[in-house]
Design a binder for this molecule. Structure first.
Ligand SMILES: NC(=O)C1=CN([C@@H]2O[C@H](COP(=O)(O)OP(=O)(O)OC[C@H]3O[C@@H](n4cnc5c(N)ncnc54)[C@H](O)[C@@H]3O)[C@@H](O)[C@H]2O)C=CC1
Ligand SMILES: O=C(O)C(=O)Cc1ccc(O)cc1
Length: 368
């Protein structure tokens, strides 16, 4: 066997694949994938995300220097038990990428002896897409990557894990698992539940009114994008973070009840203050920083409603080798300016596109 270090990736999907690509950029290690979906392993190998895959997890685990769990969190918890019963390498580091940390850390601390360093990990970036086909080496660039080491882990092991993951170009922060589960519940898990519930409410109305579907196609689709994420992943997150989510739901119901009173009483100043408070806080949040939910790298371009303008713009971007992920006319009236919204994968693409289009006389905006 070669003397290169070996990484075992359990769950070869969007996040596992992106972590693997980031490791490959910086390390000459051998990355072996394991996944219940053989197709995902085969695709990942073809895309050179992993070097190879195995159907014998237990055998590969014995040789691994780094093991990363990147499957839904309830499965990850079950794999910890499998790993705990194996004679792993003495200095192995085990980490995960799961969206919840409390139950995983509890299991790790109960299962492993002090030679095994389990360091929870959660890259706070991603998307509603799934599978290795959507994996990107730069997915976590400038994002926060939360680490939740188990109690007995030495600082040098944490530094070693950061070194393994340096190709992500993420900003590492360390916290304990309960703080992690609280903040992620507030900024990510609970908003997902709200997004799903909004979509389900619209669906209910769509069955009674034929216009709802058409009207929900635009902005509503955008603000509820996260409701298209993997149901398996969110099922596990909700089960793992149950108590935090129940307490946030209680808070939300009190808040909604207050809103109900506001609307019922119809006091124009109080209603204004409610929206003003929300706007003030939202406007104070960093615009281009990466948070828990992926930012939209959207550029708005004023366009005259004339034939050929869209192909002119896409040609400019093509010549500049800038890939776009979505393009849409979001406002177009006869004989007046329309607005084209172009979405990019990265901030750099957005800035490059903005410059190229401005140089050719187009008026562009980053937010509307
Ligand atoms: N999607 C996102 O934006 C983010 C997700 N996460 C976390 O990352 C983890 C993975 O999520 P994604 O990569 O988004 O999902 P994904 O669906 O793209 O990848 C998950 C992979 O795990 C595999 N898998 C499922 N059960 C398995 C099992 N029993 N054994 C082996 N492999 C199994 C799936 O076949 C799939 O290839 C989850 O724990 C999620 O909470 C963390 C940050 C962001
Ligand atoms: O932008 C989105 O779709 C997300 O919500 C990404 C996301 C999903 C799960 C996480 O634990 C962290 C980030």
């Amino acid at each position: 066997m070669s003397n290169k270090e070996r990484v075992l990736l359990i769950g070869v999907g969007l996040i596992g694949g992106s972590v693997a690509l980031a490791i490959k950029k910086e390390h000459n290690a051998i990355i072996i994938g394991y996944d219940v979906k053989l197709d995902n392993c085969q695709l990942a190998k073809k895309l050179q995300i992993i070097d190879d895959y195995t159907e014998n997890l237990q055998e590969e685990a014995l040789n691994a220097d780094l093991i990363i769990l990147a499957c839904p969190v309830e499965k990850a918890e079950a794999f910890l038990e499998v790993l705990a019963n194996l004679p792993l390498k003495r200095d192995v580091i085990i980490s995960d990428v799961g969206s919840t940390k409390g139950r995983i850390l509890e299991k790790a601390e109960r299962s492993f002896n002090k030679e095994v360093a389990f360091i929870g990990g959660h890259p706070m970036a991603g998307s509603h897409k799934a599978g290795p086909g959507s994996a990107r080496a730069h997915l976590f660039e400038n994002a926060f990557y939360i680490l939740t080491p188990s109690r007995n882990v030495k600082t040098e092991k944490i530094e070693k894990l950061k070194n393994w993951l340096r190709g992500t170009k993420a900003n590492f922060i360390t916290m304990d698992s309960s703080e992690h589960d609280l903040v992620t519940a507030v900024v990510s898990h609970f908003p997902h539940i709200v997004a799903a519930s909004l979509v389900r409410q619209v669906e209910n109305h769509a069955s009674k009114n034929e216009h709802v579907n058409f009207l929900a196609a635009g902005g509503f689709r955008d603000i509820t994008r996260i409701a298209s994420s993997s149901p398996e992943m969110w099922r596990d997150i909700v089960r793992h973070n149950q108590s935090m989510l129940l307490s946030l739901l209680d808070e939300w119901m009190i808040e909604m009840n207050d809103v109900r009173h506001l609307i019922r009483d119809g006091d124009s100043d109080l209603i204004h203050d409610y929206f003003f408070g929300a706007k003030k806080y939202r406007d104070s949040l960093p615009v281009r920083a990466k948070g828990a939910i992926a930012a939209f790298y959207d550029l708005y371009v004023d366009i005259l409603d004339r034939p050929g303008v869209i192909s002119d713009i896409t040609t400019i971007l093509f010549q500049e080798n800038i890939s776009i992920t979505n393009i849409r006319i979001i406002e177009a009236r006869e004989d007046v300016y329309g607005v084209l919204r172009i979405s990019f994968q990265t901030e750099q693409d957005l800035e490059k596109a903005r410059k190229s289009l401005q140089d050719r006389g187009y008026d562009t905006y980053i937010s509307m």
